[in-house]
Ligand binder design. Structure first.
Ligand SMILES: Cc1cc2nc3c(=O)[nH]c(=O)nc-3n(C[C@H](O)[C@H](O)[C@H](O)COP(=O)(O)OP(=O)(O)OC[C@H]3O[C@@H](n4cnc5c(N)ncnc54)[C@H](O)[C@@H]3O)c2cc1C
Length: 377
């Protein structure tokens, strides 16, 4: 049997493991965390990810543990629409739904599809070396492992990437993000199958149901106006609609996650020798299009097919990069620009932004959605 080693048991690594096993690979995963934690946030899985999960036989499990989303809209602080994004046309065209799900539920579902796969926890990769056509992995606990092929699915700060490439650049989005999950307050029940994002001045707030009762929300603010991670969100969003304040008030402070927003400036090459990067390690993007994990899922599927179809590892990795890089880079750069526009602090620019967004014909947004949701393979 063909052996392969994956570094990182995130959404990208686990999806790659499922896809590779379907191609007959014997997969082994090494993960730095000592245990899988119940990450307190949700995630939106767009139609392109759900098409992949259909092909991998995971779709029904995800549908059963998530909340269906039929629209993704942007609104202003009066809660009037700037963009009303109906997803039902794409849903019909591609035969797959958009859902939002608790990250821990997604993780559990993916792990359930990998019951016989060795997943070694508490194994933090320090570096790797390529010697005579094999890859030697060095872990921080002093142990080593040798593998014919290694997939680096170890996230934006990838140790695999820094082992094979010198100069890759992380970009600071200069934004901070809080995320939380709460029981849906009464005021939110009218928005059960919608994702709504509200744009203000230098800040944004989005929310979506992830189960029949639970809401996942995210809030962003520009870093240069930052007081600290413990800033009172009710103050930051005091001029936002009542539903936003009800959601914040329904969330325990200890349950709120805090992150800075970064991406990876698109890199020229995703692979070297018998080592290939995947997911955030290769193409980390800001979350403005909700496509980071979704792109990791697409890459996981395509990489497994290229390895199966091409005659050599080098050809497979070249083909994988050829098939995926243009789309992933375009999403990274578009998401970066969108984030800057959405977080503008100037009253004039925000007014103009809202006017232009409202006036933009639906066909423009549809064209972008089509580019994102379509799988050319
Ligand atoms: C605020 C926010 C909101 C987001 N919302 C969405 C969304 O709605 N939809 C969407 O598609 N994407 C979203 N994303 C992006 C998404 O979270 C990432 O793109 C996705 O998690 C990437 O998956 P991955 O498996 O490539 O990397 P990761 O999730 O980072 O997983 C990497 C894994 O590798 C492990 N690891 C790291 N270093 C090592 C090492 N040295 N040795 C061993 N193991 C290691 C880590 O512990 C981890 O388990 C969001 C991101 C943020 C910050």
């Amino acid at each position: 049997m063909k052996e392969i080693t994956i570094i990182g048991a995130g959404i990208g690594g686990l999806t790659a493991a499922i896809a590779l096993q379907k191609q007959g690979y014997e997969v082994e995963i090494f993960e730095q965390a000592a245990a899988f934690k119940k990450a307190g946030s949700g995630i939106n899985l767009a139609i392109n990810a759900m098409q992949i999960y259909q092909r991998l036989g995971v779709y029904e499990d995800i549908l059963a543990h998530s909340s269906y989303t039929h629209s993704m809209s942007v609104r202003d602080k009066s809660f009037d629409y700037l963009v009303k994004g109906d997803l039902t046309g794409f849903e019909k065209k591609y035969g797959a739904k958009t859902v939002a799900i608790h990250r821990a539920s997604l993780h559990e579902i993916l792990l359930n599809h990998l019951k016989d796969t060795p997943i070694h926890l508490d194994k933090k990769l320090q570096k790797l070396e390529q010697i005579n056509g094999t890859v030697k992995l060095h872990f921080e606990d002093g142990t080593e492992h040798i593998s014919p092929i290694v997939i680096g699915a170890d996230g934006i700060h990838s140790a695999v990437r820094t082992s094979i490439f010198d100069a890759t650049v992380l970009r600071d989005g200069n934004q901070i993000c809080w995320r939380g999950i709460c029981k849906a307050p009464e005021l939110a029940t009218a928005y059960k199958h919608e994702l709504n994002e509200i744009w203000g001045k230098g800040n944004r707030f989005g929310f979506v149901y992830i189960t029949d009762e639970d809401i996942y929300w995210y809030a962003l603010k520009n870093k240069d106006r930052l007081k600290g991670r413990d800033e009172n969100l009710l103050d930051v969003f005091s001029d936002y609609p009542a539903v936003v304040k009800a959601i914040i008030s329904s969330t325990g402070k200890e349950d709120i996650l805090y992150n800075e927003i970064w991406d990876l400036h698109p890199i020229h090459q995703w692979h070297k020798g018998n080592v290939c990067l995947l997911g955030d390690a290769a193409h980390a993007t800001t979350p403005n299009l909700g496509q980071g994990a979704v792109q990791a899922i697409e890459s996981a599927y395509v990489l497994s097919h290229c390895l199966e179809q091409e005659d050599s590892i080098e050809q497979a990795f070249n083909r994988f990069q050829e098939m995926r890089k243009t789309k992933a880079d375009h999403i990274t750069n578009t998401s970066w620009r969108l984030g800057k526009m959405a977080q503008s602090e100037s009253t004039i620019v925000c007014g103009l932004r809202n006017f232009m967004t409202r006036m933009t014909p639906a066909s423009v947004a549809n064209k972008m959605n089509e580019f994102i949701y379509r799988l050319d393979y």
